[in-house]
Design a protein around this ligand. Structure first.
Ligand code: MN
Length: 322
C-alpha cells in the first residue's frame, strides 16, 4: 500500500510505526451566507479549530442546480491580508477584480488571488453556465512579512496530479511529500490536495509530519486507517504529526486535504480581512466605506457589498489564533 518509490524498510520520511494522527477528531460544519444567493458549509474557522496551518477559511458549496436558483452572486467586496483559492468540482464561476481581471474558472483550473494590502473582487455564476455548481473557496492568511504587499491574481489552467496507489491526488496549492508542486504562488509551507478514490480503491498518502492537517469529504464515504468513516457533511481534524494517511472507499469518494506548518502569529479575522490587530481592521473598513485603497471592480451588474457594522468587530485582546 505504500508508494512504490519509498520502500517499506526506508526509515525516512516514514517512522517505523505509522504516526496516524492520534488527535483525529470530527468537527462541525456550519451554514454561512455568501452574497445574495448562496448558503455554504463552513469548515474553517470554527471555535475548536481556528486555522489549519495558514488556512483560515474553508467553505464548501454545492452541488447545486443553478437553473433552479441564482447560483453564486457575490458583489464587489474587499480583501486584505490573505489569499483566496477557488477550486471547482463542477460548473463555472466568473471572477472580476479591481486589478482589471475578468476570468471564468472551470474544474481543473485554479484561481488564487493575493489581497496583500487590498483588493476588491466579485464572483458570480456566468451567463451560459452548465446548470450545476460545486466547489470550495479557501483563504490563506498571509504571514506578517508579506501581509502588506501588493495585490496579485493568478489563474492556472491546470495543476499537477499524480497517482498514489489507487488514488489520484491533484495538488492545488503547495506540494506533496514527493515534491509534486502546484505553480500557485504562496508564502508559507502548506498544502491543499483534491484526492479521488475509485470504487474499492485504497491508497496510503505520505504527509509532512511537521504540518497539521484536516480532511473535508466532498462526496462518498471513505475509511481512514481502517477505523474511522469519513462521510459527506463532515470535517475531520487530523492534528499534528501524522506522516501518512491510509484511505479506502467501497463505492468511490473524493476528499479535500489541507495542511500546513502551524501558524503562530497573532492575528484577527474579521469579515474579509486578516490583520494583526483591531486598528488595521478599523482602517481597512473605513477605507472600503470611503471608496479608498481597494480599487473598483468594473462591469459587475449590481451593488458593492457594504461592510458590516463595527459593533461586530471584537475588541482588543481577542484574536483569531487557534
Ligand atoms: Mn471574496
Amino acid at each position: 500500500m505504500s508508494r512504490q518509490t519509498v520502500p517499506d524498510t526506508e526509515p525516512h520520511p516514514y517512522s517505523a510505526e505509522p504516526r496516524s494522527a492520534p488527535e483525529t477528531r470530527q468537527l462541525r460544519l456550519s451554514g454561512a451566507r455568501l452574497g445574495n444567493s448562496l448558503t455554504v458549509r463552513r469548515a474553517l474557522p470554527q471555535a475548536r479549530r481556528r486555522m489549519v496551518g495558514t488556512w483560515c477559511l474553508l467553505d464548501h458549496f454545492g452541488p447545486m442546480d443553478v437553473c433552479a436558483g441564482r447560483g453564486m452572486d457575490v458583489g464587489p467586496h474587499p480583501h486584505m491580508g490573505l489569499q483566496t483559492v477557488t477550486w471547482l468540482f463542477k460548473g463555472e464561476l466568473l471572477h472580476r477584480n479591481s486589478l482589471g481581471y475578468q476570468q471564468i474558472i472551470r474544474p481543473g483550473q485554479l484561481n488564487i488571488m493575493t489581497a496583500g494590502q487590498g483588493i476588491a473582487h466579485s464572483e458570480e455564476t456566468p451567463a451560459g453556465h452548465s446548470g450545476c455548481l460545486h466547489g470550495v473557496q479557501m483563504w490563506i492568511a498571509l504571514p506578517r512579512s508579506c501581509r502588506h504587499g501588493s495585490a496579485d491574481f493568478e489563474h492556472l489552467d491546470s495543476v499537477p496530479s499524480l497517482r498514489i496507489d489507487d488514488a489520484m491526488a491533484t495538488v492545488l496549492v503547495g506540494s506533496l511529500c514527493d515534491g509534486t508542486a502546484s505553480a500557485a504562488s504562496v508564502h508559507s509551507p502548506l498544502l491543499a490536495a483534491d484526492i479521488r478514490l475509485p470504487a474499492e480503491g485504497a491508497a496510503t498518502l505520505p504527509l509532512d509530519p511537521g504540518f497539521e492537517h484536516a480532511l473535508l469529504p466532498v462526496y462518498g464515504d471513505t475509511l481512514l486507517h481502517d477505523g474511522i468513516w469519513l462521510r459527506e457533511e463532515q470535517f475531520w481534524d487530523l492534528g499534528m504529526g501524522a506522516d501518512r494517511i491510509a484511505l479506502s472507499s467501497p463505492r468511490g469518494s473524493r476528499l479535500l486535504l489541507v495542511g500546513g506548518e502551524p501558524f503562530d502569529e497573532k492575528l484577527q479575522l474579521w469579515w474579509n480581512f486578516v490583520a494583526a490587530d483591531r486598528e488595521e481592521i478599523v482602517r481597512a473598513r473605513a477605507d472600503w466605506e470611503a471608496g479608498r485603497r481597494f480599487g473598483k471592480v468594473s462591469n459587475y451588474r449590481g451593488e458593492r457589498l457594504p461592510a458590516p457594522p463595527l459593533a461586530e468587530l471584537p475588541g482588543a485582546g481577542s484574536s483569531a489564533k487557534r
